[in-house]
Design a protein around this ligand. Structure first.
Ligand code: UDP
Length: 248
């Protein structure tokens, strides 16, 4: 598989028809470096099981994911499905970790980062915390994620003004990815990716799971305990397992 804009031959595993790149964090970061250097816009997806289920259930979402420049494996379910397909992945490359790593990159290389999403005040707080963690990190703007689709163009114009290299959109799956699809040509960010609840995590509103849960690959269980709203998403996990086992 070829990513035409960055001239990279992609090694992917197809999970229910969605290609997931067999990359480590370092490889994903190198690919993102190349996308930024190319100067043209790219859509990057961080795929967990719920995203794959939505990609099958919502045809235009599936199409969007198949057109992404890079799809990273963002959950234990995706790793399991890749193993089953005989193309194991080394580990997760999650949205939450990509935010942190790209802040480190930004501090070294000056990448312009923009945080869009979450409740008012959260993106600013996340930016503040990440700037403490990565001194020199170049966050060029923040905006909350509570606006209606008919305001997308107006918000996109505000983001475009800041000219980000990397736009993180934290508005939940699939709203954040559709926002990127519809506005990336206006915004012109070199890389745009949906990162779900990451800004809540870095703002301190949601604590990462204790290490024991993370080691057991059960961060999702911790989140569920803290946030019952997540049930809808979690119920997609058994659905994902059944679909993979049936081969669809
Ligand atoms: N959110 C938002 N706008 C909305 C709905 C949600 O900005 O209209 C934010 C919400 O505050 C949270 C994030 O989107 O910060 C969703 O996080 P979640 O982990 O539920 O996302 P997903 O698992 O779907 O990626």
């Amino acid at each position: 598989m070829e990513d035409a804009s960055s001239h990279v031959t992609r090694d992917t595993v197809s999970i229910l028809g969605i290609p997931v790149d067999r990359v480590t964090m370092d490889e994903a970061l190198s690919r993102i470096d190349a996308m930024i250097a190319s100067g043209t816009p790219h859509f990057v997806a961080t795929a967990d099981a719920s995203m794959i289920v939505d990609g099958v259930g919502i045809p235009e979402f599936g199409e969007l994911l198949r057109g992404a420049a890079l799809v990273t494996p963002d959950s234990a379910g995706v790793l399991w499905a890749a193993n089953r397909a005989g193309k194991p992945l080394e580990g997760k490359v999650s949205g939450v970790d990509l935010v942190d790593q790209l802040c480190a990159r930004s501090a070294e290389r000056g990448y312009r980062l923009y945080f869009l999403g979450a409740e008012p005040g959260v993106a600013e707080e996340a930016a503040k915390q990440l700037a403490v963690r990565h001194p020199g990190c170049n966050i060029v703007g923040t905006h909350h994620g509570y606006f209606k689709p008919d305001e997308d163009a107006a918000v996109a114009a505000v983001v475009a003004e800041a000219n980000p290299d990397v736009l993180f959109v934290a508005m939940g799956i699939p709203r954040q990815e559709f926002f990127i699809r519809d506005t990336l040509p206006i915004i012109g960010a070199r890389v745009a990716m949906g990162v779900g609840g990451s800004l809540d995590v870095y703002s301190g509103r949601v604590k990462r799971a204790p290490i024991i849960f993370r080691r057991m690959r059960m961060e999702w269980l911790w989140r569920l305990i803290l946030n019952p709203r997540k049930w809808r998403k979690v119920l997609k996990l058994p659905q994902f397992v059944l679909m993979v086992m049936k081969g669809r």
